[in-house]
Design a protein. Structure first.
Length: 90
């Protein structure tokens, strides 16, 4: 169980690093991204471990990656583009 915990946190931090490298202008602060990635992966490992039981290390880490990716995707902001105002509003 302790290796699942360390592995899931390490995978969450790696996911956060990849997200920051690929979308730096669309994410909030670096600290928020790293905390969200690590906690999301930790929760994913807990959830998968609770569902499958002990002895399923690859599946538990896959669940950690999946939930970590989902939580990080919630932080992505839309591209900044200005909306055109219609003539009736002006």
């Amino acid at each position: 169980m302790i290796w699942e915990t360390f592995g899931s946190v390490a995978l969450g931090l790696a996911l956060s690093w990849v997200a920051l490298r690929s979308l730096p202008d669309r994410l909030p602060s670096v600290r928020a991204v790293f905390v969200t990635g690590a906690l999301g992966a930790l929760f994913g490992a807990y959830l998968t471990h609770s569902a499958l039981g002990a002895g399923h290390l690859p599946a538990t880490l896959a669940g950690a990656v999946f939930v970590g990716t989902v939580t990080l995707s919630l932080l992505i902001r839309p591209r900044s583009r200005r909306l055109a105002r219609s003539a009736a509003v002006q």
